[in-house]
Design a protein around this ligand. Sequence first.
Ligand code: FMN
Length: 433
Amino acid sequence: MSLQYSTTSFAAHKDEAPFEIEELFFSRTDERGVIAAGNEVFRRISGYSWDELVGAPHKVIRHPDMPKGVFYIFWERIKKGLATGAYVKNRAKDGRYYWVYAIVSPISGGYVSVRLKPTSKVFDSAKVAYAEFLKCEEEDGLTPEQSAVAIRAKLRDLGFPSYGAYSSYAIAQEMHARDQALSRSEDGRLQSLKNLLPTLKSLDEQQQSLFASFAKIRGIPSNMRIVASRLEPAGGPISAISQNYRLMSDEVTNHLGGFRVENGSRSLAESVMARVYQGVFMMAASRLQREVKTVASEAMTRGAEKEGFHHEVEVLTKLLDEYTLESGSVLLSVFNDVTALSRSAKDLRQLVTGLDSIRVLCRVEAGRLGTQSASLTPVIDQLDTFHVEIDKTLEHILELADKIKTLVEGAMPRSFNGSLQYHATTERPSHRT
Ligand SMILES: Cc1cc2nc3c(=O)[nH]c(=O)nc-3n(C[C@H](O)[C@H](O)[C@H](O)COP(=O)(O)O)c2cc1C
């Protein structure tokens, strides 16, 4: 292999190397990113011959407009075994450029990259962002690692908790735009999954408001006791009531643990959301793998690919099976967690009903004390507000949990049909995106 690549050997080329939206291409590399194989579409668009490509590092098609920080994140993730999606601007042999959305998956002994032509609005904003990142790298002399930190910070500002979440969003939007451009009907399962994200966000907000409500009432029993001590001896019953209220509200607060995971550091909705992002990525990627595999098999049958291509079809088939299985397991774990959450919410509702009866007792006792108890009124009013708030929030949480379960059912791969029964002991699958 005698290929010479250089970032300066081509005059800056403003033309785009065209390819059709239905065209998908892929390449396979070893663990260092040295090209081992690919399909004919990849070769044609790059403008190189197979002799030039096989054995060359993939950066042979690197475009100088690409920010280094993107490749830093890309390699950091794939080396950890995480499938990763990214917009990439490439340069063909004649200097023309072409953009792709690439999904790179770790496989035994290397990686496979499957690419499509990006057309969504996310792509438009990515191009603008890449130009900004590149400018920062050049003007501020950022290292690739520093640039990666800046990219991740920008994504967080845009509301993406992680790079993986952003790539899931981007691939889902690209698939949607591609389906529309090719007049294909919308992918119902992917749509269900996408709809899960705003629903989970609402669930997270409701959970946060539940935690906040409980934090607010923490001081109420003490306030009640203080008031009761001023009413002595008439305040004795109030004192007892406040003690009961404290004991029961402690029990209820302990129960809030059911809404948290990872030693209480994360809300369950947040954790589920991370897995839904993963599921979206896996599902979109597996659709793409299926299509590229079909195209590859057809091309092989037509004799349009070079000898030994059947190995590439096998690699793609194996990858597709893995992605389908993984997206199914991720969704199953989401379904189980949401079922558990819904049970926790029901238990909590029952406990709060008990707590509520103590509040009623308190009101009755205050009524009995008449004007003496005027100082109790603001405390009891606070309890009234708290109970109204909690009832509303729990009701909302239960509704959202039901909606999420329905959407998960709609998104489940067909091969997983019938598996949606609650398994409290089901292990979570490893997080691969
Ligand atoms: C499977 C796979 C596919 C890749 N595809 C591309 C690609 O299409 N374009 C590209 O510039 N880099 C691609 N890379 C990344 C390159 O290996 C390289 O990191 C990148 O071009 C940046 O080069 P640099 O680190 O020397 O700046 C790919 C890597 C792997 C493992």
